[in-house]
Design a protein around this ligand. Structure first.
Ligand SMILES: Cc1ncc(COP(=O)(O)O)c(C=O)c1O
Length: 313
């Protein structure tokens, strides 16, 4: 059965505004690692995803989700975009919502960092705090229940199931990487909703089936790698494709913290825990190679993590 979209529900001015915002999403620079890793024949690059609107990789998924919902008439200024998030996706939604004049409601575990809460409040997002003991899984349950109770008030974005999440990376991140580095041999990235890994990896494999994909996960459920999921013990995102990765590696929180210090010292990169963990994984892959071009993602920098800045400076 085909879906008929009624143009009467689409706000054309809103549609134009969201399309214009697209110039501020993506097109992030690559950093070549030269001092932390130096081996003839093997190069490692990391994509600095904080260099875009809202300061993280989640600008891509947040924007794609907003745009698709406005294009198909499910989101107008009369509704609020609703989702569960512990951080960067919420900041992306709230930033985009503020620019477009669309309200944003976020279900957020109550133990989210004070900096995170402050940023979201300053962007005028409505925040519903959920149990600290249930993390983003609990926040998802609260958001889903609210959307079912009040479908006229909310557009439920559901980043864990929304195909526009991984498609954002399929249509942007992967192409940017392949255009800049057509000789890429390995792609390495951690899993949260899995949108970054799934979308980028799927497209890179289509462009060159020889490219090897390594997914990364925390080494235990009680980790400190904000944004990552321990798939074995978490609610597995519907968009996650466990057959895509050629290899899977685990990264410990301690290793990531060591990498935060090393990346600052040797590369002048001020990284978040998950960005440092991606670099740990990328260097492990690179060390085993004689020839290759390894690419990873740096989802955000340390701006929102005051603890890191205090320890480093
Ligand atoms: C800091 C950080 N790193 C990594 C990720 C994981 O990205 P994805 O959800 O695309 O798997 C996220 C997602 O929110 C994040 O905020």
């Amino acid at each position: 059965m085909s879906t008929v979209i009624s143009t009467s529900t689409i706000d054309l001015q809103l549609l134009r505004s969201v399309q214009q915002l697209g110039t501020q999403i993506g097109h992030t620079p690559l950093h070549r690692i030269t001092r932390l890793f130096n081996k003839p024949g093997v190069t490692v690059y990391a994509k600095k995803e904080w260099k875009q609107l809202s300061g993280s990789v989640k600008a891509r998924a947040g924007y794609a989700i907003f745009k698709a919902a406005i294009e198909n008439g499910s989101l107008t200024k009369q509704k609020a975009l609703l989702d569960a998030t512990s951080g960067n996706t919420g900041i992306a939604y709230a930033t985009i919502g503020a620019r477009l004049g669309v309200p944003v409601t976020l279900c957020l575990p109550e133990n989210a960092s004070p900096e995170r809460k402050e940023i979201l409040r300053s962007l005028d997002a409505e925040i519903i705090y959920t149990s600290r003991f249930e993390g983003t899984d609990g926040a998802q349950q609260v958001a889903r229940a609210l959307a079912m109770e009040q479908p006229e008030a909310y557009y439920y974005a559901d980043q864990y199931r929304n195909d526009n999440n991984w498609k954002a990376h399929y249509h942007s991140t992967a192409l940017e990487i392949f255009e800049a580095l057509p000789g890429i041999t390995h792609f390495v990235a951690g899993l949260g909703t899995s949108g970054t890994f799934t979308g980028t990896g799927r497209r890179l494999k289509e462009l060159n089936p020889a490219i090897r994909l390594t997914s990364l996960q925390p080494d235990n459920p009680l980790h400190g790698l904000e944004g990552w999921k321990h798939m074995e013990t978490a609610i597995v995102p519907t968009i996650y494709d466990s057959t895509l990765a050629d290899d899977n590696l685990e990264v410990g929180t301690e290793e990531a913290w060591e990498m935060i210090k090393a990346a600052y010292h040797y590369e002048q990169l001020l990284l978040s825990p998950s960005a440092a963990a991606n670099l740990v994984g990328a260097l492990q892959v690179a060390e085993k190679l004689d020839h290759g071009v390894v690419v990873t993602i740096l989802p955000d920098n340390a701006d929102k993590y005051k603890d890191i800045i205090k320890k480093l400076l």
